[in-house]
Design a protein around this ligand. Structure first.
Ligand code: UDP
Length: 455
């Protein structure tokens, strides 16, 4: 009999790799060994970042990698092309990898935990007769939306290919946040061709999810009761961020600039605006500069993550003389240790693109939000933050599609001038914590799955 050996297969983008690694770390804490499957391209980034951060993963997590079907120089942010290439190449490579592991001397793979968005990995596991768990790192409401695709087609809300004939607001079930059809996850990803590819991937993933013995999600019942009631097959096991890893390396693609933590130590409590837009968002030059000027105008301290690829401009993207002007109150870094930043007492609020990881990292630390969604599940997350949990404010675009500096400044003032936001955020933090503690629902679900995986 093999020791329990999990093969973890994330969807190969940063926002999916991090929570899968967090889940892996939780499993290692319970005695499992994990083989973690990155793409060759991401693997290189992760290994470089680990070396630069001088950090090491647990020796019970083995990093391996597979080709993703693109050449090293090809762009991974073209979502349609990336989805097609990975679906075409990775299943065969994954099968070979599992067979190689199982024919070797070490422990055989006893269970595959695959990202729900990489349904092909569940198909491979089923073919090889290995147990399967589907892990969805986003909100349950988005997975419930994906599971509702046949119904949405039947009701004429979307067409067979996922396209939306008219923009309307819908509610999947009572008490769920309303969603705009043109902001459905697949409907706001790239151009029409890309949208159709993403939609087809979701249709395939719906079938693949049926192959999984468990479908789990990095959320908590307390955060999304209506979504979990609507789709009871989805089990909450989060927020993993509240239970697992603060401070552990988590498969970052870029080295973290930890000097910002010392800078934060020098700032008064609840004084700093933390600004970060996740791993993929890109801003045009005008919007980038408008944000830069807004932060200056706010006359508050700020820590701003400016990834090297955050604008389409290759040279200095800041307004002229900007970095000198804000040197006494602002700090810009290429990639921050975000969870440690959000846990720092000097942070007052989080200006965020509302990726789900960022959302629950903010929640897990009781930080109020200013919301600036971009695509994917971010509009729904904004709606949770502002309309349902009421721990943040939305930013409004002007007639040119830009969020102007005055809007940003006034929303900062409004958010920080009303203590109710912080009070509600602190309450939500407690709720999330309760869920992953002994006796909480996420904790119970996780324990049941672990017991099942051990037998
Ligand atoms: N992140 C980080 N440092 C940064 C910016 C982001 O560690 O400077 C992490 C963040 O903590 C989160 C992830 O990157 O875990 C981003 O995931 P999210 O779902 O928020 O957004 P995505 O990148 O998928 O758009």
């Amino acid at each position: 009999m093999s020791n329990p050996h999990i093969l973890a297969v994330p969807f190969p983008t940063q926002g999916h790799v991090i929570p899968m690694m967090e889940l892996s770390q939780c499993l290692v804490n319970h005695g499992f060994t994990v083989t973690f499957v990155n793409t060759d391209y991401n693997h290189k980034l992760v290994v470089n970042a680990l070396a630069a951060d001088e950090s090491q993963l647990s020796d019970r997590i083995r990093l391996v990698s597979l080709p993703d079907g693109l050449e090293p120089w090809e762009a991974r942010h073209e979502v349609g092309k990336y989805c097609e290439a990975t679906q075409r190449v990775m299943p065969g490579k994954l099968e070979e990898l599992i067979e190689k592991i199982n024919q070797g001397e070490g422990d055989k793979v006893t269970c595959v935990i695959a990202d729900e968005s990489a349904g092909w990995a569940l198909e491979v596991a089923e073919k090889l007769n290995i147990r399967r768990v589907a892990f969805f790192p986003g909100p349950a409401a988005i997975l419930a939306l994906q599971f509702s695709i046949p119904k949405l087609i039947h009701q004429g809300i979307i067409n067979d290919d996922g396209t939306v004939s008219r923009s309307q607001m819908i509610q999947l079930a009572p008490d769920m946040p309303t969603m705009k059809t043109t902001e459905f996850l697949w409907a706001c990803m790239g151009d029409l061709t890309e949208q159709k590819i993403v939609f087809q991937l979701m249709v395939r993933n719906n079938k693949a999810a049926k192959l999984a013995e468990w479908i789990v999600c990095n959320s908590a019942y307390e955060l999304e009761p209506a979504a979990f009631t609507m789709a009871p097959e989805i089990l909450p096991i989060g927020p993993l961020q509240a239970s697992s890893r603060l401070g552990n390396p988590a498969c970052y693609f870029w080295p973290q600039d930890s000097t910002c933590l010392q800078w934060l130590d020098q700032q008064p409590p609840c004084s700093v605006i933390y600004v970060a837009f996740g791993s993929t968002t890109v801003y045009d030059q005008t919007q980038f500069q408008e944000l830069a000027l807004a932060l200056e105008l706010s006359q508050r301290s700020f820590l701003w993550v400016v990834r090297p690829d955050i604008t389409d401009k290759t040279s200095d993207p800041y307004p002229e003389g900007y970095q000198d002007r804000v040197a006494s109150c602002g700090m810009m870094v290429g990639w921050a240790p975000q969870q440690k930043v959000l846990a720092h007492p000097s942070i007052a609020c989080f200006l965020s693109h509302c990726g789900w990881n960022s959302t629950i990292e903010g929640l897990s630390n009781g930080v109020p939000f200013l919301c600036w969604p971009y695509f994917c599940d971010q509009f729904l997350n904004e709606s949770y933050i502002c309309d349902v949990w009421k721990v943040g404010l939305k930013l409004k675009k002007n007639e040119n599609g830009i969020i102007p500096q005055g809007e940003i400044k006034s929303k900062v003032e409004q958010l920080l001038g009303d203590e109710n936001f912080k009070a509600r955020a602190s309450k939500l933090k407690e709720m999330g914590m309760t869920s992953v503690k002994e006796g909480g629902q996420s904790h119970r679900n996780f324990k049941n799955i672990i017991e099942w995986m051990k037998t």
